[in-house]
Design a binder for this molecule. Structure first.
Ligand code: NAD
Length: 357
């Protein structure tokens, strides 16, 4: 398998290095994997003037998977929009057509105090939000702001279009059903079918698909209730599938239940499970270069790569279990440190994961 490594800016190179050490250790155990490195974000702007240069695009298109650190930083904040590091991220996502965004929110029992919810409500939380990433009201046409006659006289109105084609729903549905199959075989589809025709279609299509996945228990929930249930009793969920806008909001809500940004991986997949894997956090310029960043979100993103793009569940579990073990052993980077645990830096955390592997 060919992996395109895009370390990016800020803490990106530090955390990506640790994930690569973990993958390399598995290579020693028979995993057939090759790495090619390229530039994205601010470092690419500095070298070429473009946050997503053609050479990077070529490598990313040819690779089986992409491992990305993070992009951005104050150095590039004053640049015009097209040259900003974050623009590189949007371009690679859209060029690769990664329509399925998988965001697990796992609260390891050892980190239960990091959550803003009571430990007994969240301890052991392990949910996966599957968000459609390239459709819905964020991309639907027509859209705009214009002056119109209204009951309050002539004034500006703004409007957007929530739209999904059946096949668009089916392809994200397939990703979600397959993911549920690999987990505890429970899938909850979230919509607003009581008021929105678009999501009524969503519910019909997802319901029809259930016949193809008789081993998966499908339920439906309205989005307002889902938002409430996520903070009331989050452990009732396993895999949740929803559209772009609801998924945007619910995945942020779910990830924050865990309270620790340095722990959260993500995957964005296309129809062939080619994926872009990256931590959910940014480039953390405030701690960049100090060797203190938490590499676990990136290491867990590499585990997602093993699972979804390489179909190697065993290797993915080995990495995830190694992370569990170092947490149980009491190793903590600064972001998850609490008294009574052992504070370590980025490299030492990588060492601990390798030892646990
Ligand atoms: P951020 O996620 O980079 O940092 C928020 C806070 O969390 C900071 O205090 C940081 O030190 C801490 N933090 C983040 N990751 C950590 C880790 N692995 N270990 C320990 N602490 C960690 O968000 P921000 O400060 O809003 O953004 C900083 C830059 O990152 C901006 O330029 C922004 O545009 C960019 N950004 C990039 C991505 C991405 O590459 N996917 C995502 C979000 C933000």
């Amino acid at each position: 398998m060919k992996v395109c490594v895009l370390a990016g800016d800020g803490i990106g190179p530090e955390i990506t290095a640790e994930a690569l050490r973990v993958l390399e250790a598995l290579r020693g155990d028979g995993l057939d994997i090759e790495f090619e490195h390229a530039l994205i974000g601010g470092c690419a702007v500095d070298a070429t003037g473009d946050p997503y240069p053609e050479a990077t695009s070529k490598l990313a298109r040819e690779a089986d998977a992409i491992l990305l650190g993070a992009v951005g930083g104050p150095k590039w904040d004053a640049l015009p929009r097209e040259q900003r590091p974050e623009r590189g991220l949007l371009r690679i996502r859209s060029e690769l057509g990664v329509f399925a965004n998988l965001r697990p929110a796992i609260l390891y029992p050892e980190l239960a105090n990091a959550s803003s919810l009571k430990p007994e409500v969240v301890s052991g939380l392990d949910i996966l939000i599957v968000r459609e990433l390239t459709g819905d009201i964020y991309f639907g046409q027509p859209r705009g702001i214009e002056v119109r006659d209204t009951q309050w006289g002539e004034q500006r109105v703004g409007w957007n279009t929530m739209i999904y084609a059946e096949e668009e729903i089916r392809r994200i549905g397939r990703v979600a059903f397959e993911a549920a199959r690999k987990r505890s075989k429970k899938l909850c589809s979230v919509d607003k079918m009581n008021v929105l025709e678009c999501t009524q279609l969503w519910r019909e299509v997802i319901s029809d698909m259930a016949a193809d996945y008789p081993d998966v228990e499908l339920s439906h929930m309205l989005v307002d209730n889902a938002a409430m249930q996520l903070v009331k009793a989050p452990k009732q969920f396993d895999v949740v599938v929803t559209g772009n806008m609801f998924g945007d909001i619910l995945s942020d809500e779910a990830s924050m239940l865990t309270g620790s940004i340095g722990m959260l991986p993500s995957a964005s997949l296309d129809a062939d499970n080619k994926g872009l894997y990256e931590p959910s956090h940014g480039s953390a310029p405030d701690i960049a270069g100090q060797g203190v960043a938490n590499p676990l979100a990136t290491i867990l993103s590499a585990a997602m790569m093993l699972r979804y793009s390489f179909g190697d569940e065993g290797a993915a579990l080995r990495v995830e279990n190694a992370v569990r073990k170092v947490l149980a052993q009491g190793y903590r980077t600064g972001d998850i440190f609490e008294p009574g645990t052992t504070r370590v830096g980025t490299r030492q955390m990588g060492d601990a994961v390798l030892a646990a592997l």
